[in-house]
Design a protein around this ligand. Structure first.
Ligand code: ADP
Length: 466
């Protein structure tokens, strides 16, 4: 072995860094290994949305919520394919985990909640900078203060087990140059207490994901960072981990056709376009679904029969997205003084579009139920104040619901024995089962941090081997 630590963590996103912070409180000897030249993975480019049931902002806004309700929303979106025990932990600990980010890390959130699709109530906190970096940066600062090294460009190529089947360490390539798997210098690092896998999902791994879901062909873009590939997961499978639901891969319905990746448009649609506006089929000028449905229902409807979709919102609705200015500057969102101009620029037939907006506005004015079942927010106003905004949408691969099986203690479960692999933990998107068929927006951060913390605490509680 070239080096030895109490705890070796692979991956520097929400899951890996929260594990490091918890583990570091107990053991001085923790290291985080990260293959990319920058830390943070998908976590730092995410929208920074955090769902919590029973939170202080909900109390202030008098919103009735409970972990039970959050769990039932997760199971409904997940088509009951969720691992209920794990999903329940995420829901039950969601507020505690949120408060941990505030008290222990000093994360700043906006003072208003958002109501995201598939959630029964508004329960989503937004980081002050509308980005996951609003959590990752304080996590990195905390690691620095605690003296936890994050070694970049260090690629996990293999797990190393003892003869008795315990996790003992990792083989890595140091000074690795992404994406060259042969680059860098091979080295073995031993873990005295435990190894924690936190390498995220594989939405950018076009080869691997098309094997799992043949519909997700190479030409379909993802919202993920380039390093979201499957080698960490594959290394865990070779070490005996159990794969769970690898073909359940989610597309995001809210990304812009006019920029690459997650971009700035996604947050515009999520926070303004869908809750405060309408989704239109360009060919017909009409709505076709509850804009606040969960992601899977939206994507399935948007992809059906070659639909092209745009979201439309007016001046008041547009204010709900703090990325609006950036979207306009980048041409991702377009601004119009009238519905006529908007229709012409987007090639939408004017008469049905106007009629659609009139019908929608009358629902709001008369407090009627929406025919698509959209829960209309209390502060919703008719789409009638110019300027009007539109965004052209395209579905992009976003999140892997599948991954390695863990138990409630974040231990990786062996494929043959169905018992935990000793001294081997995992957390975050690399694990599978929490969300079932479809992860609800803003449920990834509570999941990653809750299980990252559990993994870190439990890894640190292991007796060090000699
Ligand atoms: P999560 O949200 O589950 O924490 P992220 O995608 O935010 O996941 O973070 C996972 C991190 O793990 C990314 O920064 C990614 O580059 C890193 N990673 C992925 N595979 C490897 C690997 N084989 N070796 C080292 N780091 C890896």
């Amino acid at each position: 072995w070239a080096e030895e630590y109490d705890i070796v963590i692979i991956g520097s996103g929400f899951a890996g860094l929260s594990a490091a912070i918890e583990a570091g409180k107990v053991c001085p000897s923790v290291i985080v290994l990260e293959k990319m030249p920058v830390p943070g993975g998908n976590s730092s480019i995410s929208g920074g949305l955090f769902a919590a049931a029973g939170s202080p902002l909900q109390a202030r806004e008098r919103i009735m919520d409970s972990p039970e309700l959050m769990l039932s929303d997760m199971l409904a979106a997940g088509l009951e394919l969720n691992n209920k025990e794990l999903a329940r932990i995420v829901a039950e600990k969601s507020t505690e985990t949120l408060l941990w980010t505030i008290k222990e890390l000093g994360v700043k959130y906006k003072p208003r909640l958002s109501h995201l699709g598939g959630h029964s109530v508004a329960r989503t906190y937004n980081t002050a900078n509308t980005s996951g970096s609003g959590i990752i940066k304080p996590m990195l600062a905390k690691c620095r203060d605690m003296g936890i090294p994050i070694r970049l460009r260090t690629y996990l190529s293999q797990f190393i087990l003892t003869k008795g089947g315990e996790m003992e360490g990792v083989a890595v390539r140091e000074n690795y140059i992404f994406p060259n798997r042969e680059s860098g210098v091979l080295k073995r690092i031993r873990a005295r207490r435990a190894v924690i896998l936190a390498t995220g999902g594989f939405s950018e791994d076009k080869e691997f994901r098309v094997i799992q879901d043949p519909k997700l062909t190479e030409d379909i873009e993802s919202t993920n960072h380039q390093g979201a590939t499957a080698e960490g997961l594959i290394a865990a499978l070779k070490a005996g981990a159990t794969p769970v639901q690898l073909s359940l891969i989610q597309l995001g319905p809210w990304a812009s056709r006019d920029e690459e990746g997650f971009g700035v448009g996604s947050m515009f649609s999520m926070l303004a376009g869908f809750p405060y506006g309408i989704l239109i089929d360009v060919r017909t000028g009409r709505r076709f679904i509850n804009e606040q449905a969960d992601r899977k229902l939206l994507v399935d409807a948007m992809l059906s029969s070659g639909r092209e979709s745009i979201a439309i919102v007016d001046q008041k609705g547009g204010q709900h997205a703090s990325t609006l200015d950036q979207c306009l500057k980048r041409g991702v969102v377009k601004k119009f003084e009238s519905i006529e101009e908007l229709a012409a620029a987007n090639n939408v037939p004017l008469a049905p579009l106007k009629e659609t907006i009139d019908v929608y506005n009358s629902l709001i004015e008369k407090g009627r139920e929406d025919m698509f079942g959209k829960p209309l927010p209390m502060d919703l106003l008719p789409i009638s104040h110019p300027p009007y905004y539109s965004i052209r949408l395209i579905s992009k691969v976003h999140h892997c619901m599948g991954g390695v099986q863990i138990n409630a203690e974040a231990q990786v479960v062996h494929i043959e024995t169905h018992q935990p692999i000793s001294r081997f933990y995992a957390a975050g998107e690399v694990t599978g089962g929490v969300h079932g068929a479809s992860r609800l927006g803003s449920n990834a951060i509570p999941e990653c941090i809750t299980f990252g913390r559990i993994a870190g605490k439990n890894a640190a509680a292991q007796k060090p081997r000699t």
